[in-house]
Design a protein around this ligand. Sequence first.
Ligand code: FEO
Length: 172
Amino acid sequence: MINKKIQNAIDEQINAEIWSAYLYLSMSAYFEKENLRGFANWMKIQYQEEITHAMKFFDYVHSMGGHVSLKPIAAVQTEWKNPTDAFKDTLAHEKVVTSLINNLANLAVEEKDHATLNMLQWYINEQIEEESNAEQILAELKLIGDNGYGLLMKDKELALRVFVDPTKTPIA
Ligand code: FEO
């Protein structure tokens, strides 16, 4: 049985993961508007990934005999100055999520909840990849600068991203 403090903290994290999904879907809509369909595709897949992050927590709580209480999802930004601006926000947001996951792990240690701590290892590893992906694209966008051809090439590359459920792929 999951304890109440851990249950509440995971409920908050489910909300944060769904908010992340909503943010990236909003970025996808922004890129569609800018005719950058590859960037829009990348963000749509990011949205799908965030839903899997939320669902992994959702399923974990129920597998431990708990009960999830869903909370309202706050509004998200809908406009960005340019792709670099959107990826700066993406990286900053992923850093916030990493700190939320670390706080959850700290709580699991305090509560001596080894099952939750073990489950959280997956997220700790996933966040390394989440930050690294955003960092890489942001660095490339800084190199591209105002070069329209460079941006179109990057757009074509990001159009190739396909959704693979990350929760079904164990991270070493
Ligand atoms: Fe669910 Fe992008 O972290």
